[in-house]
Design a protein around this ligand. Structure first.
Ligand SMILES: [Zn+2]
Length: 269
């Protein structure tokens, strides 16, 4: 089951981070999670980050079923994610109440890509140092998927970044707007920080947030903005933004799509 460990004593990366049980979703037994999703290519040019919105999905690729699987409120996974959401909320007022949590299965092709990538990172720096973490991402939802237990299918709207990510995972953004650490995929361990970037265009009364697995690997720790950043120095796998100087909240940036996949949708109010 999911558990959150404080690995801050691990001084190898000189950064604090949270780790989790990567087999958690496999071990979840609240339902017979869908396993018959079909393979497909993903080619939409969606650019998504905590600080940069998406272009939207490619409708021609939106013909697959991606049924969400609800996590019962009494299940330990729900309670773990709820605790993570609330404990990592860093501004007033109090965190919104978690309404629903769903397990996400994006394309099998992407999951295989993610698994290969994390294995490669593990081979290079050691399995224990892959530093796979669970971070938040807020984006635009143009529908009401997940609002209730009968709304389990991501939509095909080009405006709905959330559904595109849930089906295909993330695309590296095409450089088009200012981003503090360049054209990467942004997440944060701070739920309130990610929540600042969610937008509800579909009339829902709930706010949606994605919880993701991120292969942080060996992070390059930065304390100031670096908008021209395009490539990690050799030996690094991500940027970890350390708050305290010019930045208030932590952020984590990866520069390859293979380093991240969405795993849970959290709705709150
Ligand atoms: Zn949608």
């Amino acid at each position: 089951m999911l558990s959150i460990h404080d690995n801050s004593e691990d001084s190898k990366h000189l950064c604090d981070y949270e780790d989790y049980d990567e087999n958690a979703s496999d071990a979840a037994d609240w339902s017979d999670e869908s396993s018959d999703l079909e393979e497909d290519e993903r080619s939409e040019e969606e650019g998504v980050s905590v600080s940069e919105e998406a272009d939207g999905a490619n409708p021609s690729k939106d013909n697959e079923d991606r049924t969400l699987v609800e996590v019962p409120p009494s299940h330990v996974t729900f309670l773990d994610i709820q605790a993570q959401f609330e404990s990592q909320w860093q501004r007033t007022p109090v965190p919104p109440k978690v309404h629903k949590i769903y397990s996400i299965t994006c394309s099998k092709q992407h999951i295989a890509k993610f698994d290969r990538y994390q294995a490669e990172v593990g081979q290079r720096i050691g399995l224990a140092n892959r530093n796979i973490v669970r971070y938040w991402h807020g984006t635009t939802r143009a529908c009401r998927v997940g609002d209730n237990s009968s709304r389990l299918n991501p939509c095909s709207s080009r405006d709905c970044s959330l559904c595109s990510i849930m089906k295909w995972s993330y695309n590296l953004p095409v450089r088009k707007a200012y981003a503090r650490f360049g054209s990467g995929i942004y997440t944060s361990s701070t739920s309130s920080k990610a929540f600042d970037y969610h937008r509800e265009l579909g009339g829902s009364k709930y706010g949606a947030l994605l919880l993701n697995e991120v292969v942080a690997g060996n992070p390059l720790c930065l304390t100031d903005s670096c908008p021209d950043f395009t490539q990690l120095p050799s030996g690094y796998d991500s940027v970890q933004v350390i708050p305290g100087r010019s930045l208030v909240y932590d952020e984590y940036v990866v520069y390859t799509e293979a380093a991240i996949r969405p795993v849970y949708l959290v709705l709150c109010k």
